[in-house]
Design a protein around this ligand. Structure first.
Ligand code: GLN
Length: 227
């Protein structure tokens, strides 16, 4: 079995717990303390409000622990506010916990699509990683005051893009699309909320990343012990 944590300080952590619990071989745990973090092989940072979440993490003394977890190369998946935590850079609005963890070589724009009232859903083409898990060729993406990735560094793959409407494009200085799902090494980030849909595939994709990393880690340990 693999144990996956969901940072449970604020935001949509219950929804992530519910979806992860549906995947065979996964034990999902809520993470609020250093001890809980130490017991997980991968971590989901949910959507919510990144500034608030950062403040709570700080107050609970979790920031150095989260940074150490990331530094070890453990897989982390940030959705929405969680994406902001993982981004190396942010543009536009105030920082909102950005670079709290960093490590993902992208620039995000917070609240890219506007205010809460501009929350929306879109049916987007599923990347090969998702299609290989079966199901539809598209997936439902729920955007709630979502960030967008406006610059992608080397070594970061774009898994999903969103084509801007004419009005959005105009506001964004004429760009045609933004990245809304990216992966760089052990870090996965999505601007939308797969935990608010019944499509398990993004969660399955992350579980695969965690399993692979855990197996590699085990192998390295075994080798070190043999020497
Ligand atoms: N706009 C929020 C922020 O900047 C993120 C919204 C979300 O996670 N649904 O933190």
């Amino acid at each position: 079995r693999v144990t996956i944590g969901v940072l449970a300080l604020q935001g949509s952590f219950r929804e992530h717990m519910a979806l992860l619990s549906k995947i065979e071989g996964v034990t999902a745990v809520e993470v609020r303390t250093k001890e809980e973090l130490a017991g997980v092989a991968g971590l989901v940072i949910p959507g919510g409000e990144s500034t608030t979440m950062a403040h709570i993490a700080e107050r609970w003394g979790l920031i150095p622990e989260l940074q150490a977890f990331a530094k070890q190369g453990r897989p982390i998946w940030g959705t929405c506010a969680g994406m902001i935590f993982l981004a190396e850079r942010a543009e536009g609005q105030k920082k909102g916990g950005q670079s709290l963890l960093g490590g993902l070589d992208v620039c995000v724009s917070r609240n890219f699509f506007g205010a809460q009232v501009n929350s929306f859903e879109a049916q987007l083409p599923a990347p090969a990683e998702l299609r290989s898990l079966g199901g539809a060729g598209t997936f439902r993406a729920v955007f709630i005051r979502a960030p967008a990735v406006v610059e992608v560094g080397g070594g970061v793959e774009v898994l999903a893009e969103y084509e801007l409407t004419e009005a959005e494009a105009q506001k964004a200085g004429g760009r045609a699309r933004v990245a809304v799902a990216v992966r760089g090494g052990p870090l996965l980030a999505t601007a939308f909320h797969p935990e608010l849909t019944s499509d398990l595939r993004w969660h399955q994709l992350f579980v695969e990343m965690v399993r692979r990393e855990a197996a590699q880690r085990q192998q390295q340990q075994d080798e070190a012990e043999r020497q």
